[in-house]
Design a protein around this ligand. Structure first.
Ligand code: AMP
Length: 502
């Protein structure tokens, strides 16, 4: 695979170049290559299953995370990145649905993992023995390279399988069409269990750059974050718009802080005009790109450079033009292609599209299909095309983005309703200006003995924390004596929203 070959070449030609840094720890290309060889040999010994059975890698942004990722794919096994923010019940579901045999933990074993179900090993132990594997073991072509679990509307997360070919096509596009080549320093802000992290990780490694990770600890302490950024020598900024918006709240976030920053790349949610304007003003040396795509189509499949001219011509920014080898169309509910300017569902076809959800043929059949000889994905996003540019106009279903995280309201509702204190529940996004700020749970409670509502709320939140990452737990809880229904017996979300927002 070209990506792995490129990393090997950097390791041979520039062995001491830093490939990765994260909170004071770092890894050169030579170390990354040698350690991932060791990991591959050890993984091959431990996983009895055939080539292709996945390996879970649990941790945050430690150097051993990427050593384990590369070790897995060199051993012929896709990896499933699982961030520390994922609670153990959810990890258990991922283990069960993926059939993974091995879990590598980089920063301690997650509590409550049934080690009878899966072999567990620390990255340190994995790397104790010398060894290597032959390159014909490597994951290649249509074999799965990684599996990223996203929120699923049925209450369970679903695993999107991305092949070596999907990833190579994406990485080649980023390296060809964006000004990121030549050993630059890239920011990684998203945990590896979100595919936004792939936007910087693999283009960085293929182009011989240095990945600079900002950990959750740094993100939670803006002072430390800014001190770290100042020393980073960062050139390429990749993040959600929400994250850069948070940084922009500090007037010190400017070209003086990051004198070498020349490219900002965004994906994952709407890029507000105000954010793009502020960046152009504060970073006069930088170019800004808006990109769009779901995990199911390998990170991003459209792009556009956001200039003052584009801003002056649009009230909401376009997501841009299709990646050259992709076909992006707008379809109506019957699957007919709509002409330019007409609004419908955005459908993505071509080599970036995942083969589907791991072990979920029904979910795969619902969302993926063959279109004129190409593999295609129905995004569930509403949009239209004008002069070759794609405009995204929100969702056709109950999927939302909150601070850049993708989630299905139905999955959250499923877990809220499982609570012993809840009879029925609906989760409503609080979205005052088009952007979701937080979630509100409207609840009909069971009989309970709590004196105060906030005691009830904290009991429900405690139960939820076992199943959902903190970012998916509603902030506000409102108690009602019944859930509003429409005339035809469906939950009346519109009315509930009006009621809870007064
Ligand atoms: P994820 O799989 O987490 O990358 O989420 C994919 C979803 O995020 C898409 O289906 C869109 O709803 C939304 N999204 C991604 N990029 C953009 C963008 N540039 N503008 C608006 N929405 C976006």
């Amino acid at each position: 695979m070209k990506l792995l070959d490129a990393i090997q070449t950097h390791a041979e030609n520039y062995p001491q170049t830093e490939a990765f840094r994260s909170q004071g720890q770092s890894l050169t290309y030579q170390e990354l290559w040698a350690l991932s060889d060791r990991a591959a040999a050890a993984i091959k010994k431990r996983v009895s299953g055939e080539k292709g059975s996945p390996v879970l890698v649990y941790g945050h942004m430690e150097p051993h995370m990427i050593v384990s990722f590369l070790g897995s794919v060199k051993a012929g096994h896709p990896y499933i990145p699982v961030d520390l923010s994922i609670p153990s019940e959810r990890i258990a579901k991922i283990i069960e649905s993926s059939g993974a045999e091995l879990l590598i933990h980089v920063s301690g074993l997650p509590v409550d993992i049934d080690s009878g179900r899966i072999q567990t090993v620390s990255a340190e132990e994995l790397l104790e023995n010398e060894g290597t594997v032959s390159r014909d073991q490597w994951v290649a072509g249509h074999e799965t390279f990684y599996i990223i679990y996203t929120s699923g509307s049925t209450g369970n997360p679903k695993g999107v399988q991305i092949s070596a070919a999907n990833l190579q096509s994406f990485t080649d596009w980023i390296c060809a069409d964006f000004p990121i080549n030549g050993g630059k320093t890239f920011l990684n802000q998203a945990p590896f269990s979100f595919d936004l992290s792939v936007m910087d990780l693999y283009p960085c490694l293929q182009s011989g750059g240095t990945l600079h990770c900002v950990t959750k600890d740094a993100v939670n302490k803006p002072k430390i974050l800014f001190e770290e950024l100042k020393k980073s020598g960062l050139n390429i900024w990749t993040s959600t718009p929400s994250f850069v918006q948070m940084c922009l709240m500090d007037p010190g976030f400017s070209q003086d802080l990051l004198p070498e920053a020349d490219t900002f790349m965004f994906c994952g949610e709407v890029l507000p005009v105000s954010v793009a304007e502020a960046l152009l003003e504060r970073f006069p040396k930088a170019r800004i790109f808006n990109t769009y795509g779901p995990t199911e189509a390998t990170v991003a499949v459209t792009s556009v450079e956001i200039t003052s001219d584009i801003i002056s011509r649009h009230e909401s920014l376009p997501v841009g033009f299709a990646k050259p080898d992709m076909n992006i169309l707008i379809m109506d509910e019957q699957g007919n292609q709509l002409p330019d300017g007409e609004k419908g569902e955005i459908v993505i076809a071509g080599p970036s599209v995942s083969r589907g959800y791991l072990g979920e043929p029904e979910l795969t059949d619902k969302a993926f299909f063959s279109y004129e000889g190409q593999w295609a994905y129905r995004t569930g996003d509403a949009g239209y095309i004008q002069d070759g540019q794609i405009f995204c106009q929100g969702r056709l279903d109950f999927q939302i983005k909150l601070h850049g995280y993708r989630m299905e309201l139905e999955e959250i509702e499923f877990h809220v309703r499982q609570s012993q204190y809840v009879r029925s529940a609906v989760v409503i996004p609080y979205q005052p200006n088009g952007t979701v700020e937080y979630l509100i749970a409207a609840i009909v409670p069971e009989e309970h003995e709590f004196q105060k509502e906030f005691h009830l709320t904290s009991a429900i939140k405690k139960e939820l924390a076992a199943f959902l990452p903190a970012y998916m737990i509603p902030r506000k809880f409102i108690y009602q004596d019944h859930i509003q229904m429409t005339a035809n017996g469906k939950i009346d979300r519109k009315r509930i929203r009006e009621e809870v927002l007064v």
